[in-house]
Design a protein around this ligand. Sequence first.
Ligand code: AMP
Ligand code: MG
Length: 404
Amino acid sequence: MVSFDEARTTILAHVQPLGTESVHLLEAVGRVLAEDLVAPWDMPLWDNSAMDGYAVRSEDCTTLPRQLRVTGFLPAGARADGVSIEPGCAVRIMTGAPAPPGCDAVVPVEDTDDGKETVTLLQPVKKGQHFRHRGEDMVAGLAFVKGGTVIRPPEINMLATFGMALAPVYRRPNVAILSTGDELIELGRTPSAGEIINSNTLSLAAAVREAGGIPRIVGIARDNRESHRKLMTEGLKADVLITSAGVSAGDHDFVREVLEELGARQVFWKVDMRPGAPTAFAMHGSTPVFCLPGNPVSTMITFEEFTRPALLRMQGYRAVHRPLFKAVLRDEQRKKPGRTQIVRVRLEREGGTWYASSAGKQETAILKTMVDAVALAILPAETTRFAVGDEVDVHFYGNHIDLV
Ligand code: AMP
Ligand code: MG
């Protein structure tokens, strides 16, 4: 039996980022960049105007009102070669257009009489105003995004700005999902007495997908060694294997035994937590194997706390746990010393404080409470009683939370 914290640390000590691949920018959002990206050129690539107005020499504009002769026009996309500003002259220029030689300031149209042949400046001009310098955003040869960065639309914009259509990212793990149990039937049939629909495979596949992995459904291993052997051998071909059920000490619990027979090394079995105690973690070569309890609530919570962080780490994420924040309890909670208790809660924010109330009955067999919970409160091992008004750590459960 290991503690909840030990279990989490141990798992992360056994996994590392998988290999890398190059994906198109549209596939890259949310992925982790596998290497530093270096700017191939300065950005902006030329001095240019930050306003629609007139490119001027600031030294020509010291007395007001000042009249300048307009000797050219530079719209966006124009080239500045051949255009220059002689003393006493200005060039009409649009935002983003290259600044012509001699220009060291741009006077916005609003600060002039908007003249075509000649222009009268109505406001004082400061050297460098509304003038963007080559390389002021990024300099060629410097890293503009570091490896390990999670790619968001701004990173995509910068890659595209530098002409990069592909992003080198850590690849997604293939995650085999294997259910076990003689009572299970597949979705599509109405269960008769004693039968249970294999719902875990579907919620696990969904959770794998939400965590960035690629679910590979292996099927149902029946409660005999041969069936376990066959499907586990198949499942071990993936980057990660998740099994559900058959991991307690029941007569028909073959998961750990058969895994060992197939050459896996058990790292731990049983975690001092509720729900989720009969969880096992093993390594088969470099393949992590998560043996999660079969009770759907326990399966989802142990996936959330143990498997999800591992899948994220395999994809190169550094921060793999959901951020914890404090919430004030609205219900009393009691538990055994030494055990980490995970409570399914609803959250409300009032006057800048989060309040957590129980989402329903907390027995592990109550699936509806899981549906009604937006967050999980993690009651630490040491404390045995939490009063109304006590603060506890909580984290959201799910990637998109609707707090209504
Ligand atoms: P076990 O660990 O095999 O004793 O299973 C624990 C509980 O989880 C039993 O009530 C099972 O019927 C239920 N269960 C096991 N596997 C699944 C599954 N794939 N989908 C839904 N419930 C399951
Ligand atoms: Mg079973």
